[in-house]
Design a protein around this ligand. Sequence first.
Ligand code: PGA
Length: 256
Amino acid sequence: MRSQIAAANWKMNLDFKQGKQLIEEIISQEPTPEAGKKVVFAVPALYIRSARKKVKNNPGYSVSAQNIYHKKSGAFTGEISAEMVASVGAEYVIIGHSERREYFNETNGILAEKINLALENNLTPIFCCGESLPTREAGTQNEFVAGQISESLFHLSAEQVLKIVIAYEPIWAIGTGKTATAEQAQQMHHWLRQVLAKKYGQPIADQISILYGGSVKGSNAQEIFSQPDVDGGLVGGASLVASEFVTIIRALKKSV
Ligand code: PGA
C-alpha cells in the first residue's frame, strides 16, 4: 500500500501572516484527510516551526522544507542543513526541484548527497525529476528521467529507497498552465516504477509513492490522480489558494 500525497510547494511566495492564514483555511475546510492520504506543506524554511504548530493536531498533515544544503554543517553562510530543518519540525524535504537544478546548478551528484543527509536526519525526501521540452520533443524523456533517478538514488539500499517519495515534474509543465495529459503522466510514472523495479524488485517499487507535478489544479487533479501509477501531486501555484488546494486534497484517490 502506498500513500497518496498532496504536497504544496509554496516556493518563494507569501509572507508569514499570509502563510499562517492559508494553512488555517485549508485545515478548517479539511481537518482530517482520509486514512492513507497525506498532505504536506513545503513552506519557506523560516516558517517551518510555526507551520508545524498549526498542523500538529491534524493527523495526515506534515511540514516540509523546500531545500537543504548538501553538507552536514560548517562555514556555509546563509545555508540551512538537514539537521536544522528536522530540529524545527520538518518531516519532509523537497530535493532536486527543477528550479534548484536550473538556477542553483544542482547536479545529480549533489542531490545524492542531499538525499543521504535527509535520510540521516529522518526526513522523507520528495525527490523531483523531469525532462525539459527539447528532451521531450527529441523523445528521450524516459532515458533522461531514469538517469536522474539512478544517479541520485541508486546508491541507496532497498530499505532506504522505501523512504523516498518521487515527484515527476516535466519542466515544460511547471508554472506554464500546460499540464501533461493524464496519459503522459501515467506512461512516465509506469516507466519510473519499472526502473525502480529493475533495481529493487517489484514489491519495493510498488510501495514507492510517485507524485505528478506541473500545473496541477482543482479542475484537473482528479483525472491525473486517477491514473494507476500516479499517487498524488506536488503543487505550486494552485497550492497558494485554499479552495483550490482543498479540491486537490479531496481528489486524492484511496490508497492502493
Ligand atoms: P506549478 O508548480 O504547480 O505551479 O506548475 C509545480 C512545482 O514546481 O512543484
